[in-house]
Design a protein around this ligand. Structure first.
Ligand code: SAH
Ligand code: SF4
Length: 345
């Protein structure tokens, strides 16, 4: 076995069991290790005090650190925390914690950069460097939960809305979400996890069956010629295919699909756009999330005014569609939607 070849966080229960069997450790050790990783959220092997010294020494010799390195931590005036985390090859991603009255939501990344280049998104200006591994996805959660719980706060919800297109890193994301869901570990339930996609239709439906979590779709326009520009994957999976995919998504009872709609002045914020949106969503259990555009240095787009967004919400909302305006969080630390851009290029 290679020196330090194993990354423990991100191993499934079966993998931990197999590893320990290979090492001739007693089966109950698997349960202990699982619990240290995902319940007690140990930051290092040294904390796992009910494991024998010998076993800990073996783990320390063979395993990589349990946590990413924190390159920086920024605290917003509204309580939002943004971490810049780096992994063993120095690739970096951002992870954001958003505290609210009733819950605490962690926005996690799935890739370093993104291959899709949506022109209004800051992450999209950064080429895809690589996919994150399952370990790196789960470690964002174990790290952040340990951190916020130590400060007396809670981490109850996860959104896969950070850097990257989660469905283009399908296997690692599915495995990570399964670990996060496990009821005897991190135990964050299907209704508390939301995956956001730009609309990779076949994978989106498959994810519904594989994971049963909430789905958010980045719509942004219901006109193909506009969406082709804003969300270039539309050229492959156009609005009609996306609608079919949404209809095929296995929704849990009383749940709906969240449609993300970033409000760009003069691009997608007219009365005709609102009417088109309502027509497009008819027959799909839907909730519309209007996202005020978060500008970043060099962006060619301008945010719709607060008045225009409110007006748009009224147009759409009066048809009975649930429509919320997403609150801007962490704006002062560039932690809001679409402002994430990990590595310092
Ligand atoms: N790649 C996935 C998930 C990450 S992006 C996706 O596209 O859905 C998460 C959300 O932030 C998406 O709805 C995206 O369209 C939105 N977003 C990106 N840039 C933004 C910006 N500058 N202002 C507001 N929202 C933005
Ligand atoms: Fe990638 Fe999503 Fe940004 Fe588009 S909006 S570039 S899919 S992260």
């Amino acid at each position: 076995m290679n020196d330090k070849a194993i990354r423990l966080t991100g191993l499934s229960r079966e993998e931990i069991t197999q590893l320990l069997a290979q090492w001739d450790e007693k089966p109950f050790r698997a349960k202990q290790l699982w619990s240290w990783l995902y319940v007690k959220l140990a930051g290092e092997v040294g904390e796992m005090t009910d494991l024998s010294k010998l076993f800990r020494a073996k783990l320390e010799a063979c395993c990589q650190p349990l946590r990413p390195t924190v390159q920086s931590q920024q605290l917003s005036s509204d309580g939002t925390i943004k971490w810049l985390l780096s992994f063993t090859d120095n690739q970096q991603v951002e992870t954001v914690y958003i505290p609210e009255e009733e819950r605490g939501t962690l926005c996690i990344s799935s890739q370093v950069g993104c291959s899709l280049s949506c022109p209004f998104c800051h992450t999209g200006t950064q080429k895809l460097a690589r996919n994150l591994t399952t370990s790196e996805i789960v470690e964002q959660v174990t790290f952040a939960r340990a951190q916020v719980e130590a400060g007396g706060q809670r981490l109850t919800n996860i959104v896969l809305m950070g850097m990257g297109e989660p469905l283009y890193n399908y296997d690692a994301v599915v495995k990570a979400v399964r670990i996060i869901l496990d009821g005897s570990g991190l135990a964050i339930g299907t209704r508390k996890i939301t995956l956001s996609t730009s609309g990779i239709v076949p994978k989106m439906v498959q994810a519904g069956y594989d994971l049963g979590i909430n789905l958010a779709i980045s719509l942004h326009s219901v006109r193909d010629e506009v969406r082709d520009v804003l969300v270039p994957i539309n050229k492959k999976y156009n609005l009609s295919a996306l609608r079919q995919g949404a209809l095929a998504y296995p929704l849990k009872s009383n749940r709906s699909i969240t449609w993300e709609y970033v409000m760009l002045e003069g691009v997608n914020d007219s009365l005709e756009d609102a009417q088109g949106l309502v027509r497009y969503l008819s027959g799909i259990p839907s909730k519309v999330n209007l996202i005020p555009f978060n500008p970043w240095p060099g962006t060619p787009y301008r945010p719709s005014s607060a008045q225009t967004i409110k007006q748009f919400q009224d147009w759409v909302g009066k048809t009975g569609l649930v429509t919320v305006i997403r609150e801007r969080r962490g704006e002062d630390i560039q932690a809001a939607c679409g402002q994430l851009k990990g590595s310092r290029l």
